[in-house]
Design a protein around this ligand. Structure first.
Ligand code: 2P0
Length: 339
């Protein structure tokens, strides 16, 4: 390719987010509008992240995208929704006929319930927004790629407000507190299994919305109440309440999956072992020292304050000596990174 035909190039990174109040179920499959609001913590840029480069050139013959070196189908509804929306809001590049080539890599297992679609689409949308000079809120464009991606557009604690409008214009991510608000907060990720999950989140949540009897109350009262309480807990640095709600919402989410027809089971024996371990540890301590949460896979994410880190890490190392059941430890801070 002729280098002179390259119009622009942008590289960005976006981190994973870990939900404490889970998103599960859509009211609009195409616009990706959720049945409930959700809330998450965003990891540091240095930990679990996606790195994406986008290049626009007049000599490219089509839009193309590679994910971890493998060519993806850029004609999927989600990529097209993202690309079309970005181009419709562009303030740059639109005077020259061109296509974009996009390369994206994750530094962690893709599609193993470690929120790869969240950092992936957040990064893609951010890169394209820079390339095309898109201004204003872009979390609603990330949402078109994958619901949870809108929450990775900000650091710290972020809520995704479900919104009420049919066009999705008020279904956006809002930062609840910046990372600097609660610097004491840590996340440990225990990689129980890095294989691709059997039931995708997209399919699973659609089936749950259609068949789980728990969904109605969850969306009508449980989640709205928890959103208010956990936001207050974050503002007040109240780890007891934060941890308690985080574990309860994870438990309820997996109960929703288990009451789906046919049932969906994301947790395995190791996951349940970790849950028991954490409950026993907290009980012995007489307070919530650490809190687990599990997404659409068996891997554990542990929220905990700095003062608990050394003891909890040593507890895990004792129960899971290297290579036995749990393979890696990641910490959501800049300091220690045990792997
Ligand atoms: C969450 N999860 O809030 C919840 C908890 C999984 C369990 O967001 O269909 O990959 O692309 O919008 O965003 C996974 O759902 O689903 C997810 P789509 P997504 O983090």
């Amino acid at each position: 390719n002729n280098n002179n035909s390259m119009l622009a190039s942008v590289t960005c990174t976006a981190p994973v987010n870990i939900a404490t109040i889970k998103y599960w179920g859509k009211r609009d499959e195409n616009l990706i509008l959720p049945l409930n609001s959700s809330l998450s913590g965003t990891l540091h840029q240095d930990d679990l992240k996606t790195t994406t480069t986008a290049v626009a050139s007049e000599s490219f013959e089509e839009d193309a995208l590679w994910l971890n070196g493998k060519k993806e189908d850029v004609n999927s509804v989600r990529y097209q929704n993202v690309l079309k929306t970005i181009r419709s809001r562009a303030t740059k590049l639109m005077d020259k006929k061109h296509f974009v080539h996009i390369c994206s890599i994750n530094n962690f297992p893709t599609a193993a319930g470690l929120a790869s679609s969240a950092s992936g689409y957040a990064c893609l949308v951010y890169v394209l927004a820079q390339l095309y000079g898109v201004e204003g809120d872009v979390s609603s464009i990330a949402r078109l790629g994958s619901g949870s991606a809108c929450r990775s557009m900000f650091g710290g604690f972020v809520k995704w407000e479900m919104g009420t409008k049919a066009d999705g214009s008020d279904s956006i991510a809002v930062q609840v507190a910046p990372e600097s608000h609660w610097p004491d907060m840590n996340i440990i990720v225990l990689v129980v299994n890095d294989k691709k999950k059997e039931t995708s989140s997209t399919d699973g949540m659609q089936r749950s919305a259609q068949t789980s009897a728990m969904m109605k109350e969850r969306c009508a009262t449980t989640v709205p109440e928890r959103m208010v309480t956990i936001e207050r807990a974050i503002q007040e640095h109240d780890f007891q309440t934060f941890g308690d709600i985080t574990m309860k919402d994870s438990d309820d989410f997996h109960e929703v999956c288990a009451t789906t027809d046919p049932p969906i089971y994301y947790l395995n024996d190791t996951s349940r072992y970790i849950m028991n371990l954490i409950h026993r540890y907290n009980k012995l301590a007489g307070s919530v020292r650490c809190a687990y949460t599990f997404d659409a896979g068996p891997n554990a994410c542990i929220y905990l304050p700095q003062e608990s880190v050394a003891e909890v890490l040593s507890l895990f190392l004792k129960h899971f000596p290297a290579g036995e059941g749990v393979q890696n430890y990641y910490r959501g801070t800049d300091e220690v990174f045990a792997k």
